[in-house]
Design a binder for this molecule. Structure first.
Ligand code: GMT
Length: 375
């Protein structure tokens, strides 16, 4: 198939999933066209089967806000015609599903029918999309998509609860390339970060308020009082300054390593012992799955789709949002016994196998085929 993929080309989970999906689809013989405003960060290799088309929005002083959706719709029309794209798969409803619907209508006028598959990722539903300013447009574009998927059962339920949905929704969970997280370089990398006695705790996110990174620091502060440990913080975002101040106030700055945005997440996870994800809300928690695939146990909140990924007492533990004491207790339980830690690490990897990309990507292919058959 010739598949157009629209996504945010950033480190965010939706962009990562869209990029990894496109790469895998290309390996399975499909021709994939990424249509975005930048080359997706995880898209390192362009090949015969993977193409990137940049959406540019010319600046014009009359506009307070530059009309990105319009530029995207026009680009989609052009690319569908030029490359004979058969299916458009848009990741994140705002504004991608809306722009794709406009492109579909324009193409229809020219006798070209292209189905739209919309994947909802989380904040497009739970935080942003349900805001009254966006809700009518988001509802409309979900209902007008030819197929709609969510990344967890929990997100499907949120979508049905928050919007007036008349369309079917299929759950297709996030997935992982397990080979990428099967490490051989672990030991030398670890020695650069911590000494043998120190446990390595990791958190990866865009450091937005929804991630509750202050709770990460609080849990780590409690852990290192009992067990020698270092904290690896990966990602950039609006909370960074606050958490640096928090670390300074608590006197733990020398134990916290800020990596910023990194393309070496697999390496960092390879020497981690425990992953912290205390989010306020999380539709799935791809970062937790990446950790589990790297044999890292997870301490998380029990919100949204996280319980579908991190299994209580198996891959780690889950606590109520904000319950730092319970998270600390669970973290210390895992870390205080090396045999127990090893057992949790092994179980985490085993749970991650359920989300092997070879099991999940065919589900998207089946959806594309189904929409094409109905078109
Ligand atoms: O977590 C973020 O803030 C980024 C966000 C995104 O839209 O890129 O991630 C969402 O999509 C990921 C991929 O499907 C999910 O694994 C994340 O759980 C989800 N984030 C939230 O729901 C907060």
């Amino acid at each position: 198939m010739r598949i157009g993929i629209v996504c945010y080309p950033t480190f965010g989970g939706s962009g990562v999933v869209a990029t990894e999906l496109g790469i895998e689809l290309s390996k399975r013989g499909h021709q994939v066209h990424f249509i975005t405003y930048n080359q997706p960060v995880r898209l390192e290799l362009l090949s015969n089967h993977v193409h990137y088309h940049e959406v540019t929005v010319p600046e014009y002083p009359l506009f307070l806000y530059q009309p990105y959706e319009l530029a995207l719709s026009s680009k989609l029309v052009d690319m569908v015609k030029l490359h004979k794209i058969e299916v458009l798969h848009v990741h994140y409803a705002i504004p991608h599903a809306y722009a794709a619907y406009m492109a579909k209508k324009m193409l229809h006028e020219e006798g070209i029918d292209v189905p739209i598959v919309t994947t909802l990722h989380g904040t497009d539903i739970t935080l942003v999309g349900s805001h009254p300013f966006y809700k009518p447009a988001v509802t409309f574009s979900i209902n007008k998509s030819d197929a709609v998927t969510t990344v967890s059962q929990s997100l499907k339920e949120d979508t049905l609860r928050l919007f007036d949905i008349t369309n079917d929704i299929t759950v297709v969970p996030n997935f992982i390339d397990l080979d990428k997280y099967n490490h051989t370089f672990k030991d030398c990398q670890r020695a650069m970060m911590a000494d043998d006695k120190e446990k390595i705790i990791t958190h990866i996110s865009n450091l937005r308020p929804v991630k509750r990174v202050q709770d990460v620091i609080k849990v780590f502060y409690n852990i290192q009082k009992e067990i020698p440990a270092k904290l690896m913080l990966v990602g950039e975002g609006p909370e960074r300054e606050n958490i640096e101040l928090q670390c300074r106030r608590l006197g733990i700055s020398d134990k916290v390593i800020f990596f910023g945005k990194s393309n070496e997440i697999d390496k960092i996870l390879s020497f981690s012992d425990l992953f912290l994800l205390p989010s306020e809300t999380e539709s799935f928690g791809l970062a937790a799955l990446e950790a589990m695939a790297s044999s890292v146990a997870v301490i998380s909140s029990n919100t949204g789709g996280i319980p579908e990924v991190n299994i209580q007492g198996v891959s780690g533990f889950l606590s109520d949002v904000g319950d730092v004491d319970d998270m600390t207790k669970n973290a210390l339980y895992i870390l205080s016994d090396q045999n127990r830690l090893e057992a949790f690490k092994a179980s985490a990897r085993k749970e991650a196998l359920k989300f092997d990309l070879h099991k999940i990507v065919p589900q998207y292919e089946a959806i594309y085929e189904d929409t094409l058959a109905k078109c």
